[in-house]
Design a protein around this ligand. Structure first.
Ligand SMILES: [Zn+2]
Length: 197
C-alpha cells in the first residue's frame, strides 16, 4: 500500500473542517491503510486524513505499539486536569511547542469495519487524540500554543516522544474550566503562521 505525501502548513486542507464519513466501504478501507502506512513510515504517533490531502473525518494513532483507527471521532469527555507538553506535527516539520491539553479524554466513533467504538485515553494517547481531532476541525497545535515565541526549531527527523518531553501537570483546581477554554483555538493564527514561514 502506498505511503502518501504529507501535506505541509500553508495548504488550505489543513485549516478547513473535514467531512463525516457516511459509509466505511472499500475505498475508505484503502484510505485507512494508506494513512497507517504513511504514519508508520514518517514515523509519527498520529495522523489525520487531511494531512494526506483528504478532507474526511478519519484519524489513526500509533503509541506504545498500539494502533487505533477512528472514523468520525468525537471527543465526548475531557478531564479538567490538564498537562502542558511539547508537541510537533508531521505537517509542520522541524518545529515543536508546548500545548496544554486535557490529561484524559473519552472518544467515540466507528472502527475500520464500520462498528461503533468507544475509547478511554490518558497521557500521550489522550494528547494525540485531541491533536488529531483538532486536525479534523482545521485546528493546528500552533493555534493552541499560548506564547508563540515558545515554538522552536527542532531537527527535521525529530519525533516527539513522551519520555523526552518537558511535562507539567496543571491541577484541575487552578484551571479556569479547561474543556470550554480549549473548545476554540487560542491565540491568533496569523502570528503563529508568520513565525513558522
Ligand atoms: Zn498534526
Amino acid at each position: 500500500m502506498p505511503v502518501r505525501p504529507i501535506v505541509q502548513l500553508g495548504d488550505p486542507v489543513l485549516t478547513q473542517p473535514a467531512k463525516r464519513v457516511h459509509r466505511v466501504d472499500d475505498s475508505i478501507d484503502r484510505l485507512i491503510q494508506d494513512m497507517i502506512d504513511t504514519m508508520l513510515d514518517a514515523p509519527g504517533s498520529g495522523l489525520a486524513a487531511p494531512q494526506i490531502g483528504v478532507p474526511l473525518r478519519i484519524i489513526t494513532t500509533h503509541i506504545d505499539e498500539e494502533l487505533h483507527v477512528i472514523v468520525n471521532p468525537e471527543i465526548v469527555w475531557m478531564s479538567e486536569e490538564t498537562e502542558i507538553a511539547e508537541e510537533g506535527c508531521l505537517s509542520i516539520r522541524g518545529y515543536a511547542g508546548p500545548v496544554e491539553r486535557a490529561l484524559r479524554c473519552r472518544v467515540r466513533g466507528i472502527d475500520r469495519r464500520g462498528k461503533k467504538l468507544k475509547l478511554k485515553a490518558e497521557d500521550w494517547l489522550a494528547r494525540c487524540l485531541q491533536h488529531e481531532v483538532d486536525h479534523l476541525n482545521g485546528i493546528l497545535y500552533i493555534d493552541r500554543v499560548v506564547d508563540k515565541s515558545t515554538i522552536h526549531r527542532v531537527d527535521e527527523d525529530y519525533e516527539v516522544e513522551p519520555e523526552e518531553t518537558m511535562r507539567e501537570t496543571v491541577p484541575a483546581a487552578e484551571e479556569q474550566s479547561a474543556p470550554e477554554a480549549m473548545a476554540s483555538p487560542v491565540g491568533a493564527r496569523e502570528t503563529g503562521d508568520e513565525s513558522l514561514r
